[in-house]
Every structure is written in C-alpha cells, then in structure tokens.
Ligand binder design. Sequence first.
Ligand code: ATP
Length: 433
Amino acid sequence: MAPIVFIKDFQNHVDEEVTIQGWMFNKRGSGKIYFLEVRDGTGVAQGVVFKPAVGEDVFKKADELTMESSVKVTGKVTKHPKLENTFELQVTGIEIVQLVKENYPIAKKGHGIDFLLENRHLWLRSRKQRAIQIIRNTIINAIYEYLNTNNFIKIDSPILTPNACEGTTELFEMDYFDVGKAYLSQSGQLYLEAAIFSVGRCFDFGPVFRAEKSKTRRHLTEFWMMDAEAAFVEHEENMKIQEGLIAFVVKKVLENHLPELAILERDIEPLKKIEAPFIRKTHAEAVKELQEMGSDIKENDDLGGDDETILTKKYDKPIFVEKYPAEVKAFYMKRDPNNPKVVLCADMLAPEGYGEIIGGSQREDDYDVLLGRIQEHNLPLKAFQWYLDLRKYGSVPHSGFGIGLERLVGWICGRKHIRETIPFPRTINRIYP
Ligand code: ATP
C-alpha cells in the first residue's frame, strides 16, 4: 500500500502515490466518473475516480460508497488544474473500512437546533463544527503560550471544593463521604491566590460548573475557564495583561485559521482591529451611556445581557467596564481607595454585541478588611480560614481574572450561541449525549 498521509500535507506529495484514511463526505458523478470528497480530520480532499483508469472493481466500490462510510483511498496527488493551492487525488484504489447502510441522519440541508443538539455526537463532524473545534484548540494553545511567556505557571486547581468561591447558592452540591457537603468548583480563583505565594504568577484551565438557571445564549452549566492570578499586580496592570492576552489570541487565530473562519462565514475585518489598548469606561460612565441609549439600567445595577449587547455593538474594540459598585460584586474585590463605594474590578466585554468574556479584579489583601467582608456577606468563616491565612503570611497586592473559553471562542468564531463552541454542551435542559 502507498504511504499513508494526511490531507493537510498534500502539497508535499505532489505526483506521489499516497493513501488517505477517512470518511466519505460527499460524492458526485455517475456513469464513467465519480468525484469523492473524503475528509480525514485534517482537511477534505477530492478524489477523482475515472472508470477507464481504475477498472470495474474499484469503480464499483466508488459507486457503493455512502455518506460517512469509512474508507482508505489510494491515488496520485495532483495539482488542481484551475484552483491555486488545491490538490486532488487521482484514485487508483479504494478500501472500504465500513460501509454505512442507513441514511446518515444529518443531511446537508438545514436541521433545527434541537435535532442537531440531540445528534451532537454526529453534528461535530460537520464542516462548521469542525472549524470551531480547530479554532478552539488554537485559542487554548495561544492562551498557554502567552501566559507561559509572561511568567505564568500552570497550577491545577481542584474541582471538588468544600465551599463556594463567591458564596453563592448556584453550585452543584453532593454528599462527600462522612465529611459533609462538597461542591463542583465554579472557579479556581481562590486556590490560585494561594499558589501565587509559591510561584508568583499562575493560571489554571479547566471545567467549572454553575447551577444558576440562566437560559441565555451566553450561559452553560459546565464550561471551561482560565483563571490567572499574579502577585504584585494591581488593577491597571491586570487590565494590561488581559488586553495583551486577547490581542495575542486573536492574532494567532487570524494567522492560522483563515480557511476555517471562511467556512464559518466570519467577517474578519472586526477581528483585525483587535489591538491594545482596549476601550475603558467606569461602570458609572457605562450606565450613563446606556441610559442615553434607552436602557432602564440604574446607577447601582449590574450590566444585564441586553446592556452588554447594545454597548458592545457601538464599538469595534473590547471594552473594559471597571469600578463597579461594591454591592454588586464579590466579597474579595478590593475597594478603590479614591472611592470606597466601588471596587477595583473590570469586566472585559467583547465587541459586535458579544458581551462579557472576562471578569477580573484586584483582590482585597488586608486581613481585617477581608474578615469584615466575609462577615458582611454572611459567609462561613471556618471555610474561609485558609483564604484569610493568605493575608497573614506575607500578604501582597495581587490581581487576577477569569476568561470563559466558550464565550471567547463564540466571539472569535462569530457564533450566536455559545453551546456550539464546546464539544458536548450542558445546559439547564440538556445533558445528552
Ligand atoms: P455573567 O454575569 O455573564 O453570568 P459572571 O459575572 O458570573 O458572568 P464570572 O464569575 O466573572 O462571570 O466568570 C468569569 C467568566 O466566565 C465570564 O466573564 C464569562 O466569560 C464566563 N462565564 C461565566 N458564567 C458562564 C456560564 N454560565 N457559561 C459560560 N461562560 C460563563
């Protein structure tokens, strides 16, 4: 058998006989000639099966092949007669690995979203879904690369936790042997705060869980979060790290994925504009602007989903909305010394109507102040004793942020709903497949 190659490497094998292994994606032709479209995970190749050249046996196999049948196809790689950078396979042999006998449930024509989600295990194979996963992989690697080169060490935070990060009730709860209750983590932040005293700067990347009953295009119950935390970094520098990171990620995607972005019909012009510095507004400024645009948001309200949508449609760069009223933010955020009613936090909102992709803040580093906040929020002191300890032994100013991977992928890939950006989405009414 000819050497097995990946379709993405065809340009290195022009005029050589090779074998590809994959699945039937499409088939055209009849009579004397078939054009087989075969995908192998790395790309899609067109195989030309010409009856007088291949003979009866091979042609019969081409005739039999159905959608999604698995197959090994051998042939000579040639340059496409008209299209630049496109290659074809002049087929000489076909080995059917499994012939699909039933009609493949996902046709090329439009299906409803419920049907597609019910068949997510098959939907993942489609061109657009593959493109999203390929870009997601690059985004993950770009985040690692940026953080590693900026001296952040990967620290894995636990998924089973004894207490809530923000003390909310929106957690998945379970019985934990004789110890009592345990919860699925909603963020690794507090643990990273401990780790900075060991490694200085660190990040985690893993699944987190939210039991809140949010049924929006921006919410999943299980999603992947990257938390970063850094010692001796204050609010301003925290934002600089974030805009550097996001600009780097977008640049990597543009460098590597123009074909995938084209498959997704993503307009890349807005992505080309993503360069630091991003836009900054205080919460008070954002509220005023939103009110002028017709929102009924009040002075001390958190920004709602609709607010984020209208605000971010107005700008072509991400916006940091900083310094929220303390009452709508978490207990661990440090107050602004110039205005103790607000905290040194910033949410990064992605443009084009996408909305929040990052939440970050400087953390309270004073033992007594933090103790007071824990008490004000009625949080169980015992559960937070270890967290308070961090303010006892060499406390330093420090800051961090959390990126929701699916929201980042959703924005970059231009998807309306983030459920398409994770391989197997979990929402409040779906946990299958
Ligand atoms: P929101 O107000 O939009 O529900 P949040 O303020 O609860 O988000 P954080 O706790 O700050 O979000 O989490 C950090 C990041 O994680 C968010 O900026 C977002 O990108 C992502 N995120 C939060 N909740 C979800 C969710 N349910 N599904 C997907 N991503 C989420």
